[in-house]
Write a protein that binds this ligand. Structure first.
Ligand code: NAD
Ligand code: UDP
Length: 314
């Protein structure tokens, strides 16, 4: 049994991770400032004697005694990370420094939830880990993209300079139950709009693509990466190579919800990447990992979740 710190543990991915680690018999310390996370995501874990929640902002130092760290704290939806962009960069950069400092002091492994956003609006398609990216340093997404890129740099420098055992995961668009109904990302937006009979908001012409991974597959990949062979650091892409346009996604959501919503076309936000698809050969080779849930199946489970949430009054 290990004592494991999960930053961002009350968020969408973090809450699923806490659940998984507890099921395996570990103690979990969930640290979250509840900016985009919710107590309701972890409510069912509160009575577990092995679970502890600490409301804390990772941009401030934290002293805890743990055996492993998963660093997930950071808003992930463009709407939320652009709300307070300075805090977003601080969370990625200072948060990483604080958590890496703890890993260095305790001589423990630390995993970073990085992102496909480090590739920016990619000029090569699909994206391998070796692609260095095409990111605006000054645009409205830069607080997130550059914050995450700098965090990766810090991880590799702590490894080279201080011998910290690091694992860096580049997560591609992941969806599933426990996304916030007002999260602002495309899957939750489309499902909530379809269920409420509201217009489906397509940004741009809807021909931009994303590759959507179901949350259970993501958590499996994250867990395998943390427990991968010593010396394997990544960065490694974890995502589902199934690539869809936003129009295709909207049509599928409307079909699965029997919705009569109409499509509403809105301007494409600045620097919105036109395409994104992971090459996952490295994850297959090193982690024996590949996704198992296709989009139709994953959306079905996610729609069922949102139906319940909407009944509660969202
Ligand atoms: P989320 O917004 O649901 O979760 C992020 C959590 O971090 C929230 O609970 C939030 O309250 C917490 N947080 C934010 N700033 C904090 C701070 N300063 N101190 C403490 N806690 C803080 O998003 P998610 O989808 O669960 O994403 C989790 C991680 O995975 C993030 O680091 C994100 O960048 C990364 N990621 C997610 C995706 C995805 O598609 N879900 C894709 C790429 C990367
Ligand atoms: N998008 C959209 N309608 C929405 C929300 C998002 O068409 O209501 C588009 C957005 O412009 C982007 C894609 O969906 O091209 C994915 O957006 P999201 O915010 O989910 O994640 P991103 O991959 O851009 O970080």
């Amino acid at each position: 049994m290990k004592r494991i710190l999960v930053t961002g543990g009350a968020g969408f991915l973090g809450s699923h991770l806490c659940e998984r680690l507890l099921k395996e018999g570990n103690e979990v310390l969930c640290v979250d400032n509840l900016f985009t996370g919710r107590k309701s995501n972890i409510h069912h874990l509160m009575d577990d004697k092995n679970f502890e929640f600490l409301r804390h902002d990772v941009t401030f130092p934290l002293f805890a005694e743990v055996d492993e760290i998963y660093n997930l704290a950071c808003p992930a939806s463009p709407v939320h990370y652009q709300f307070d962009p300075v805090q977003t960069t601080k969370t990625s950069v200072i948060g990483a420094i604080n958590m890496l400092g703890m890993a260095k002091r305790l001589r423990i492994k630390i995993l970073q939830a990085s992102t496909s956003e480090v590739y920016g609006d990619p000029e090569i398609h699909p994206q391998p880990e070796s692609y260095k990216g095409s990111v605006s340093t000054t645009g409205i997404r830069a607080c997130y993209d550059e914050g995450k890129r700098c965090a990766e740099t810090l991880f590799f420098d702590y490894q080279r300079q201080h011998g910290v055992a690091i694992k860096v995961m580049r997560i591609f668009n992941t969806y599933g139950p426990r996304m916030h109904p007002n999260d602002g990302r495309v899957v939750s937006n489309f499902i909530v709009q379809a269920l409420k009979g509201q217009d489906i908001t397509i940004f741009g012409d809807g021909k931009q693509t994303r590759s959507f991974c179901y949350v259970d597959d993501n958590i499996e990949g994250m867990h395998r990466l943390m427990n991968s062979r010593d010396g394997f650091t990544g960065p490694v892409n974890i995502g589902n190579p199934g690539e869809f346009t936003m129009l295709e996604l909207a049509q599928l959501v409307m079909e699965l919800t029997n919705s009569k919503s109409k499509l509403k076309f809105l301007p494409l936000p600045q620097d919105d990447p036109m395409q994104r698809q992971p090459i996952i050969d490295l994850a297959k080779k090193e982690l024996g990992w590949e996704p198992t849930v296709d989009l139709r199946t994953g959306l079905g489970k996610t729609i069922a979740y949102f139906e319940e949430e909407l009944k509660k009054g969202f």
